[in-house]
Design a protein around this ligand. Structure first.
Ligand SMILES: *Cc1c(COP(=O)(O)O)cnc(C)c1O
Length: 428
């Protein structure tokens, strides 16, 4: 059997034209040396995770789970030790009761801030869902409502840190500095772990007692080091992104200094109860397995992002980051320049999905967003953005934010399908 011939036939049966296949082949050729680097990082991170499993003697008995109060849940407690080992921290809180990334960040913030304290973001405005948590947007129950003030120093126009602005913003009330690693849905560049380390050193020189917390969403296992390796006191993320490996059905993690983890645990359950409670129900095995797969899954998603950047920049679209840039998260944005372009792109990602491939995404109003948003997400886990997904607000320059892909072959197929939908709509 001529495998290449048969493979092209399969692509064609799924609606991919010769032209899209040829564009893909050209882009993949250019990407190959970059993929080698990603594979080496994935190998390193796989060994880091495997070593943590072996060191903590993970065994069959850790998978059974608990119900009710969840006292003495050895599987849950050992998983937290494994996370602490992977992130090189004193302790970790890894729970199904952390319902999302925003919730994990909220628990870490409310657990560690007190009335009269101030929180500082030295990297511009944090992720949108934190607006109401912090009180940037008026909301009852926000940190502001509890007497915690907020200050922000924007990045400079060239994306660098405004060190003088940060020095001026740090004051005797500053208790916690929140650093967001990924750009999220903004246009600023994603921070490398090295840059985060530089920022933390600067802050700690002025105020050694301030808590440095990193929103690590979308960044886990993209590099061989994590923010906790360069001085972060707390790192926080979502299990339906990178560290859940596509398997975790729910959850978040907070890893860091034991004192700050305890503070967070008192907020998650109750003061005095902390980490002792919280049944793992049936999810422990999946959280272990997802973490084990995560370095490889993250590498697949990153390859998809680089391939997407290459093929779309070759077609003349503006992409961030550029295909040749070293990456620090798995997010790719592509300016499609028209409503039709953004819709066709999302239609392609949806059509390539293993779930709901027959559904047509349409723009719709979303709470908290000014413009209608279009989303493509044919995922096994609802809303999991480590799975192949794309979304974008219906406004100039009609930017698609693309991320995820449980396997590289699937991420590639999604991108080829998006290109095909643009061809079908005569947009390229
Ligand atoms: C995804 C994300 C979050 C949290 O989002 P949830 O949808 O609540 O899980 C926070 N910060 C960043 C940078 C993110 O990418």
């Amino acid at each position: 059997m001529d495998m290449e011939f048969q493979k092209k036939k399969l692509y064609e049966q799924m609606g991919i034209s010769q032209r899209a296949i040829a564009l893909g082949e050209a882009a993949e050729e250019v990407c190959r040396p970059r993929f080698e680097r990603i594979d080496r990082i994935a190998e390193y991170n796989q060994m880091k995770v495997l070593k943590a499993f072996r060191d903590r003697h993970v065994g069959e008995s850790h998978f059974s789970g608990s119900t009710g109060y969840g006292y003495n849940d050895i599987g849950r407690d050992t998983l937290e030790e494994v996370y602490a080992s992977v992130f090189h921290t004193e302790d970790a809180l890894v729970r199904a009761q952390l319902v999302s990334g925003t919730h994990a960040l909220t628990v870490a913030l409310f657990g560690n801030l007190r009335p009269g304290d101030e929180m500082l973001s030295p990297v511009g405005k944090p992720y949108d869902t934190l607006d109401q948590v912090i009180g940037i947007t008026q909301q009852k129950g926000s940190l502001k409502d509890y007497g915690v003030s907020y200050r922000q120093v924007d990045l400079k126009a060239d994306g660098s840190f405004d060190f003088e602005g940060i020095r001026a913003a740090l004051n005797e009330r500053t208790r916690l500095v929140e650093i967001q690693r990924s750009r999220g849905y903004s246009s600023r560049p994603t921070l490398s772990v090295g840059q985060i380390g530089e920022l933390i050193r600067f802050v700690k020189e002025i105020r050694p007692d301030v808590i440095c917390m990193v929103d690590n969403c979308y960044g886990e296992f993209v590099e061989t080091v994590e923010p906790s390796d360069v001085g972060a006191d707390l790192v926080v993320g979502s299990l339906i992104k990178n560290p859940g490996g596509g398997l975790a059905p729910i959850g978040g993690y907070i890893a860091g200094k034991a004192e700050y983890i305890e503070n967070a645990s008192f907020r998650l359950t109750a003061p005095g109860l902390g980490k002792e409670l919280g049944a793992s129900l049936g999810v422990s095995r999946t959280l272990y397995q997802g973490l084990f797969l995560s370095p490889s899954v993250t590498a697949s998603a990153e390859k998809g992002a680089i391939f997407a950047a290459q093929i779309y920049q070759d077609l003349g679209f503006s992409v961030r980051p550029r295909a040749e840039e070293i990456r620090h998260d798995i997010i790719q944005s592509i300016d499609l320049n028209s409503p039709e372009g953004l819709c066709a792109f999302c239609l392609g990602i949806q059509a390539a999905a293993p779930v709901d491939s027959f559904v047509t995404p349409v723009p719709s109003d979303m709470p908290g967003y000014g413009d209608p948003v279009i989303m493509a997400a044919g995922s096994f886990i609802s809303g999991a953005s480590i799975e192949l997904s794309a979304d974008g607000p219906m406004r100039e320059p009609y930017t698609a934010f693309f991320q995820g892909g449980l396997t590289w072959a699937h991420a590639k197929m999604g991108i080829l399908m998006s290109v095909q939908k643009l061809i079908d709509a005569s947009l390229i």
